[in-house]
Ligand binder design. Structure first.
Ligand code: MN
Length: 340
C-alpha cells in the first residue's frame, strides 16, 4: 500500500461526490497511459457521483486502444473544439491525468487555465504546474499514471473500486509506460499493482496482443525503409537518429501514430546510448528522445526546444524547418556528449 495524505483523499472524495459537472482530460498525442488512466478514472469516478461526466482529449485517438471500455465516449478537440472548451469552462471539477501543465492539452490550454473548476492532478511527470492545479497527486516515482491511479483509487474507495474493465484500462497503461515491464519498473509496487490487476481476470496475453501486434503491412514496410535509408549513426557518440520528412511519410501512407515506438529501435543496438526520432509535420517538427543512462534527455529537449518528459524518454516540437532541426540536433548532441 502507498501512503497518501489522508486529508487529501478526503478532499478528493468530497470534490467527486459534491461535483455538478465533471471533466476528465489527458494529454495530446495520447498513449496507453493517457487513455488507460482517463477511462479507468471515468469508471471509478462515475461510481461515486451523480454528476454528468465528460472525457476529453486534445488530439485524435489512436485506433490501437479501441479495445478499451469507454473508448467511444471520449470527445476529441478535433471532432468538436467548442464542445470540449465548453465542457472545461462549465465544469466544477476537472481531473487531469498523465500531464503536468496546460501546454500539454494543446488547443484546450486556455480553457483549462480559464476554467473556474477545482482542478485535480493525477500524474507522474516532474515539475507539475502548482498554480494551475489545486489538489495534486503528482508522484514521479511511479511507473505510470495508471499505477498511481490504481493505488490512489484503492486508497480512496477500497479494492472493490477496481472492477475487471477498469483493471484492463489500468493494466494497459502500466504496460505501455513500462514497455511491458522492461523499463521504469524499478519499484516492486508496479509488479504488485499488476499482480492485483491480473487477479481480476483481465487476459494479459490478449492485452499484449492488442497493443503490440498491431502493425499494418505498410507500417512495417515503412519501418524497413526508415531503418535502411533514414537512420544515421554517430558511432563515436553512441547516438542514432531517424529523420523522416513528410514526403517519406506520404510515400508509405503512414500517420503519426504509426511512428510511435520507432524511436525505441535506436536503443536496441547495444552500442547506442541516446536515440532520437525527428519527424516532420505540416507546421512543425516533432522530436522524440530516448536514453539508456547518464544523459538527461528531458533536460536536453527542454534546453533546445522547450520540451520535456522524463530523464530517459522526452519529446519536443521544433518550429525550425525540418533540415535545420536535424542539423541543430546533431550539432547540439555532439557538443553535449563530447563535453559530457
Ligand atoms: Mn504516463
Amino acid at each position: 500500500m502507498i501512503d497518501f495524505d489522508k486529508s487529501n483523499l478526503t478532499i478528493f472524495k468530497s470534490l467527486i461526490s459534491d461535483a455538478k459537472k465533471i471533466v476528465l482530460i489527458s494529454h495530446t498525442n495520447p498513449d496507453g497511459d493517457a487513455i488507460g488512466s482517463l477511462l479507468a478514472s471515468k469508471r471509478v469516478v462515475e461510481a461515486h457521483t451523480s454528476a454528468p461526466l465528460s472525457c476529453i482529449l486534445p488530439s485524435p485517438l489512436p485506433d490501437l486502444f479501441a479495445f478499451l471500455p469507454g473508448y467511444n465516449q471520449i470527445i476529441t478537440d478535433n471532432q468538436d473544439h467548442t464542445r470540449c472548451e465548453q465542457a472545461l469552462l462549465e465544469a466544477d471539477l476537472i481531473i487531469a491525468l498523465d500531464l503536468n501543465n496546460a501546454p500539454r492539452v494543446d488547443n484546450l490550454a486556455q480553457a483549462l487555465s480559464d476554467s473556474k473548476a477545482h482542478k485535480v492532478l493525477i500524474d507522474h511527470h516532474h515539475s507539475p504546474d502548482t498554480n494551475l492545479f489545486h489538489l495534486l497527486f503528482s508522484i514521479p516515482e511511479f511507473s505510470s499514471t495508471c499505477e498511481l491511479a490504481y493505488w490512489l483509487f484503492t486508497a480512496m474507495y477500497g479494492d472493490d473500486a477496481i472492477d475487471q474493465p477498469t483493471a484492463r484500462c489500468l493494466y494497459s497503461g502500466i504496460c505501455t509506460d513500462t514497455g511491458f515491464f522492461s523499463y521504469s519498473c524499478e519499484s516492486p509496487t508496479v509488479f504488485e499493482a499488476a499482480s492485483r490487476l491480473v487477479a481480476l481476470d483481465i487476459d494479459p496475453a490478449g492485452i499484449h496482443d492488442e497493443i503490440s501486434n498491431c502493425f499494418s503491412i505498410n507500417r512495417m514496410e515503412f519501418y524497413g525503409y526508415a531503418i535502411s535509408n533514414r537512420l544515421k549513426i554517430l558511432h563515436d557518440l553512441h547516438v542514432a537518429y531517424f529523420y523522416l520528412s513528410l514526403e517519406d511519410q506520404r510515400k508509405f501512407a503512414v500517420v503519426p501514430s504509426d511512428m510511435e515506438g520507432l524511436v525505441n529501435y535506436t536503443l536496441m543496438m547495444k552500442e547506442i546510448e541516446v536515440g532520437v526520432l525527428i519527424r516532420e509535420e505540416p507546421n512543425r517538427v516533432k522530436v522524440s528522445f530516448r536514453a539508456k543512462k547518464d544523459f538527461d534527455v528531458s533536460d536536453f529537449a527542454h534546453r533546445l526546444f522547450g520540451g520535456g518528459g522524463h530523464t530517459k524518454a522526452a519529446g519536443a516540437n521544433s518550429t525550425l524547418p525540418f533540415d535545420q532541426t536535424v542539423e541543430l540536433i546533431e550539432r547540439e548532441l555532439t557538443s553535449a556528449l563530447t563535453t559530457h
